[in-house]
Design a protein around this ligand. Structure first.
Ligand code: ASP
Ligand code: MG
Length: 402
């Protein structure tokens, strides 16, 4: 007897036909003798629509009420899906986040899961019920509903798989798996059979919108067997996400593009010890997440510091930078938000020299200027002008013959 956790994204449950299709996938899995827990997202654009509804009432909704509102999207999906499964004649029960035992941090809007009390889930499985769980939500220590951040249903599914030591966690989406890059940008992008947790994590944080990055982090931590696959072509195998891939024949696995970036440069900062600490601790205190950081070498007693943030944080980051400029006596702030971060990811670069050179050569030959570079062991990111980003992804994808 295996326990399979399946997660269905918003497009997979967008309408009646899609819900019936998902009910079929679930009951087929159950019919094969498995226990099944299915985690669902809100239908189609429901979450965005709920956000718009709130905005019609107030420009400053409290984060508590926002979570109460947003958690309803997933609850619509779970009940409709349970009804569709009842229609097929199978025992099923739907549970909202708190009913399924999701305890989270107190913060609203982007709460982390602290623990899952698995008692209820286990009881329902013991009764041979198919269990449908509302993704993206839980309850905090004040008994208030919390949500896990946009895209958080993936994390709900992996968390259940980890807590119940499921044999597998299948993430069903509207594409066949994880691609070498976005097929809408590069038509000959292809599906990967497998990818490592680390590669997937880098891709997820670099703008590849396949999996919520926290879900990958958690899958790695608890060694959850993960597969990304299509709910539409449900008989096609997807992409397995795992610790190590069989043969590391590919130099890089994928190219990602992220347009949600803004760059701030503080020019002619006094070249003194502790100055970077002042700026970045002030940003951290305002909860601004900084991505790429670049500091020039000192010249004539000054240096320049540039960094990038997501566009949601740009106003905060600018405000902090302006204050910093006044306090330390820097010369000026330069702000740019029509930029993109283009990244290549692959464990293959660990053991192969020349990967960065190859990427920069492809960009140079296409006359695409790089304004910032950052690297990790298995990732290289460059910051470039946004209007050149799609072209950059194409030439890099070609250069590595993906
Ligand atoms: N419905 C939520 C969102 O759109 C969570 C999810 O889909 O994973 O972000
Ligand atoms: Mg998603």
């Amino acid at each position: 007897m295996n326990l399979i956790v399946q997660k269905f994204g918003g497009t997979s449950v967008a309408n009646v036909e899609r819900i019936r299709n998902v009910a079929q996938i679930i009951t087929d899995t159950y019919e094969r003798g498995n226990d099944v827990i299915a985690v669902v997202s809100a239908q189609g654009d429901t979450t965005d629509d709920l956000i718009k509804k709130a905005a019609e009432i107030t420009s400053k909704p409290s984060s508590r009420e926002m979570d109460v509102l947003l958690s309803t999207g997933e609850q619509i999906s779970m009940s409709l899906l349970a009804m569709a499964i009842e229609e097929l004649g199978y025992p099923v029960i739907s549970l909202s986040g708190w009913q399924a035992g999701f305890l989270t941090e107190a913060t609203h809007g982007n709460a982390r899961i602290k623990k899952i009390n698995t008692e209820r889930l286990q009881n329902e499985l013991d009764k041979k019920n198919i269990v449908i769980v509302a993704g993206f939500q839980g309850i905090n220590r004040y008994d208030d509903i919390t949500t896990l951040g946009r895209g958080g249903s993936d994390t709900s599914a992996v968390a259940i798989a980890a807590a119940l030591k499921a044999d597998k966690c299948e993430i069903y989406t509207d594409v066949d798996g994880v691609y070498t890059t976005d097929p809408r940008i590069v038509p000959n992008a292809h599906k990967l059979d497998e990818i490592t947790y680390d590669e997937m994590l880098e891709l997820a944080t670099c703008g590849a919108n396949v999996l919520h990055n926290r879900s990958v982090e958690m899958a790695k931590k608890y060694s959850v067997k993960l597969e990304v696959r299509s709910s539409i072509n449900s008989d096609v195998p997807g992409t397995e996400v795992k610790e190590v891939c069989k043969v590391e024949k590919m130099l890089i696995k994928g190219v990602a593009m992220d347009n949600d970036v803004a760059r701030i440069s503080v020019l002619e900062v006094p070249n003194q010890p502790g100055i970077a600490f002042k700026l970045f601790s002030a940003l951290a205190a305002e909860k601004v997440n900084v991505d790429i950081i670049l500091q020039s070498v000192g010249r004539n007693g000054t240096k320049d510091i540039s960094f990038t943030v997501s566009t949601a944080h740009k106003q905060q980051a600018l405000k902090v930078s302006e204050e910093f400029k006044e306090i330390v006596g820097a010369k000026e702030i330069v702000f740019k938000d029509n930029v993109s971060k283009v990244s290549i990811v692959g464990a293959g670069m660990l053991s192969n020299p020349g990967v960065a050179a190859k990427m920069f050569e492809a960009l140079g030959e296409s006359n695409i200027n790089i304004s910032m570079i950052s690297t990790s062991e298995i990732k290289i990111s460059v910051l470039i002008d946004q209007d050149q980003a799609k072209r950059a992804v194409n030439v890099i994808h070609d250069a590595f013959a993906l």
